[in-house]
Design a binder for this molecule. Sequence first.
Ligand SMILES: CC(C)(COP(=O)(O)OP(=O)(O)OC[C@H]1O[C@@H](n2cnc3c(N)ncnc32)[C@H](O)[C@@H]1OP(=O)(O)O)[C@@H](O)C(=O)NCCC(=O)NCCS
Length: 179
Amino acid sequence: MYEGKKVKLRSFELSDLDCIMKDWNKIHLRRELGPVVPHSRSEREAWIRKTWENRQKGQAFVFAIEELATGDFLGHASLNSVTKINRTAKVSIAIYDDKNRGQGFGTDALKVLLTIGFDYLNLHRIGLNVFNTNPGAHKVYENVGFKKVGELRHTDFVEGKYVNDIVMDLLEDEWRALK
Ligand SMILES: CC(C)(COP(=O)(O)OP(=O)(O)OC[C@H]1O[C@@H](n2cnc3c(N)ncnc32)[C@H](O)[C@@H]1OP(=O)(O)O)[C@@H](O)C(=O)NCCC(=O)NCCS
C-alpha cells in the first residue's frame, strides 16, 4: 500500500528535520509551494506535529517520501483538506532537493498517494492547484491521470509577477479505468 517502484510513503518523524531544513528555505523549493517566507526549524517541527494530529482527526494525510533503494528522505506527498461527506482531498507534493528531481520519484510517489486516496481512504475526487509557471509539475500530474479543469487568474505573486493557478482533478472511476 505504501510502496511504489522507487519510493515509499511513511509518517514524518522529528528526525526528518535536518533533511527538511537543508532545502526548505531555498527558492527552488519554495517558489512553487506558495508564499516565499522563511520558516524556522521550530515552525517545521510544529508542522510535523500537526501532520500527526490531522491524520488522527482524518483531516489530512501527510507522508514523507523515502527512496526505496537507499532509505534517503526525498520530500513530502499529501492529501490535504479531506472532506468526509464529499469524499474529496487536495494534493501537495514536493521533492525537496533539486538534484533528486527528474528521476521518476515524484511520479511514483503520486501513484502511491492516489492508491492510498482511492483504495484505502475511499475518496471520490482528488484535486490540486499548480502554477502556470510550473510545466514540470503539470506534466507529472497529467502523466498520472489528472485533467485540467480550469485556471484561476493572478492568484499568487511570485518573483515579481502574478501567476495563475491551474486547477486539475481526477475522479475515482477515471483512475480505476487508467489502472
Ligand atoms: C513536481 C515534482 C514533485 C515532480 O517530481 P519529479 O521527481 O521531479 O518528477 P518525475 O521525475 O517523476 O517526472 C518529471 C516529468 O516532468 C517532465 N518535465 C520536467 N521539467 C519539465 C518542463 N520544464 N516542461 C515539461 N515537462 C517537464 C519530465 O520530462 C518528466 O516527464 P516524463 O516522465 O513524461 O518524461 C518536483 O519537480 C518538485 O518537487 N518540484 C518543486 C515543487 C513543486 O513544484 N511541487 C508541485 C506544486 S503544485
